[in-house]
Design a protein around this ligand. Structure first.
Ligand code: XUL
Length: 526
């Protein structure tokens, strides 16, 4: 383990769906240490699969809250055994899987304030939760509650205007409403409700840590313009909810939620001066971990594709999600997720390019931008926006056709995927153009021919940035940002600069402007 003795150290935690991860960096953003505890394999007694329990109805998905506590015990013991010097840590922060909720039973605050450093946390907190199984982001059981909330505030668009999103099943307000309706006793015995992020910060503070604006935006409860709970939404979701949630706070910017609790000082050797900066959601933390500049668009090309945008102004809408920006609370970030990403690209690569990415790339270089007017839409699984499934192919006259040649099919899948990413990013407020840096991450970002199509469709330069564990790293950067108050660009000064790998080909703007209009019309027909 490379322990840097001279300068200060920042820790970033990621309480994600399948594991808890920690990264330590020094003042130059150099990674000094990493460790992780995986729920399924390191804590088999909780019998989770992928860190979750999928219930018999298939739509209810929870995780045992105590498992997360026990995982933190294991993780810190492991880091201590490795010889890591916790006394150098100036500040910590971190991330949690978004939307999940934790229900602290009346009396838990007292327990948190009096933790005994001789015993592990899970032994002392086993009776502290009024609901033992936390609903998590994979839960889709709250359609009725979403409808009730939308109706209460005046419809889905109105809910999106207030909270940054229409009613989504996984959003915490709807989950809380379900608990208040189906487990009224447990709800009334709850003194505090945390998100996974603020729950993690609570453990470190030994007292209730507030919810930050950015992760709080994933609840259908926060008024993202006024940065306060929406009274109408609170009223619809549960009695005395404001009290149970506490006041939300900015994500960073010289804001820390408390000092590390005596428990961690005595048990692990943290300095009593170590600060805890508000934890946030994993997606906002990932944005910070990629060290973006204002205005950047991040396109993550993975199993599912996700577009993150740093926005100065947001546009409410029914697709995608707007969060308060985790780096600058006056700005916003948009997130739009597409289910058909790498798996669809891989299927076409197998069927049309004999399973070879080199052949796939040759197909791209041998076909012109705009694919001679051929467009294909490939939704192997039900897409999120639009809610549609199936494959459709259209020739340059807009007529439906049964098949394309392999080269045309390869270009068609990428062009339509990137046209969709661009269209929904524009709907959420991105003004695409040569001034926008598109930062590509994820598996497919290693293929230059693919990134050239991305650059042409977005009419913007594409940079690659390979940052494994961006959410945990974002925790380190946010910890430093929170306690030093430096400009974010200074905070991330040692972060590897993204490399420009593709610039728009001459003529791409006109071609894809036309194609984008056609794509929009064809998608509507699906
Ligand atoms: C975002 C979402 C997921 C979780 C996964 O809205 O639900 O990305 O944050 O950890």
């Amino acid at each position: 383990m490379a322990q840097d003795t001279g300068s200060g150290v920042y820790l970033g935690f990621d309480f994600s769906t399948q594991q808890i991860k920690v990264i330590a960096v020094n003042e130059d953003s150099k990674v000094l240490h990493e460790a992780a505890v995986k729920f399924d394999t390191d804590l088999p007694e909780f019998k989770t699969q992928g860190g979750a329990h999928i219930h018999d109805d298939k739509v209810t998905v929870t995780a045992p809250t105590l498992m997360w506590v026990k995982a933190l015990d294991l993780l810190l013991d492991q880091v201590k055994t490795s010889g890591f010097d916790f006394s150098k840590v100036l500040a910590i922060s971190g991330a949690g899987q978004q939307h999940g909720s934790v229900y602290w039973k009346t009396g838990a605050q007292n327990t948190l304030r009096q933790l005994d450093p001789v015993k592990p946390l899970h032994q002392q907190l086993q009776d502290s939760f009024s609901v033992a199984d936390s609903p998590i982001w994979m839960d889709a059981s709250t359609t009725t509650q979403c409808q009730q909330l939308e109706t209460a505030v005046g419809g889905p668009m109105r809910l999106a205007e207030i909270t940054g999103a229409r009613g989504f099943e996984r959003y915490t307000g709807n989950q809380i409403m379900k608990i208040s309706q189906t487990q009224p006793d447990a709800y009334s015995k709850t003194e505090r409700i945390s998100l996974v992020s603020s729950f993690a910060a609570t453990l470190f503070c030994g007292d209730y840590a507030p919810i930050d604006y950015s992760d709080g935006s994933g609840m259908n409860l926060l008024d993202i313009v006024n940065k306060s709970w929406s009274q109408e939404c609170l009223k619809a979701c549960g009695e005395n909810l404001a009290e149970k949630l506490g006041e939300p706070v900015p994500s960073t910017l010289l804001w820390y939620v408390g000092k590390i609790s005596k428990y961690f000082v005595d048990r692990y050797g943290f300095s009593p001066a170590c600060q805890v900066v508000a934890f946030t959601g994993d997606n906002p933390a990932s944005l910070a971990g990629l060290a973006p500049r204002e205005g950047d668009a991040i396109v993550s090309l993975g199993t599912s594709d996700t577009v993150f945008l740093w926005l100065n102004e947001q546009k409410a809408g029914l697709e995608g999600h707007i969060f308060v920006n985790p780096i600058d609370p006056m700005d916003y970030m948009a997130l739009v997720c597409f289910k058909n990403g790498s798996l669809t690209r891989e299927r076409i690569q197998k069927e049309c390019a004999s399973g070879s990415w080199n052949t796939f790339s040759s197909c791209l270089t041998s076909t012109p931008m705009g694919n001679n007017g051929n467009i294909g839409i490939y939704f192997d699984t039900t897409e999120i926006q639009p809610l549609a499934m199936g494959t459709s192919r259209f020739n340059s006259n807009g007529e439906k056709v049964e098949s394309f040649s392999p080269e045309v099919e390869v270009r068609a899948v990428l062009e339509s995927q990137f046209l969709a990413r661009r269209m929904y990013a524009e709907l959420r407020g991105m003004s695409v153009g040569p001034q926008t840096r598109v930062l590509a991450t994820g598996g497919a970002s290693s293929n230059k021919a693919i990134l050239q199509v991305l650059s042409d469709v977005f009419n913007a330069p594409v940079y690659v940035t390979d940052v494994p564990n961006s959410a945990a790293l974002g925790g380190c950067y946010r910890a430093k940002h929170g306690v030093t108050g430096m400009n974010f660009s200074e905070v991330v000064k040692g972060h590897p600069e993204p490399v420009c790998v593709a610039t728009p080909t001459k003529g791409s703007a006109e071609i894809y402007q036309r194609l984008s209009e056609r794509y929009k019309a064809l998608e509507q027909q699906m």
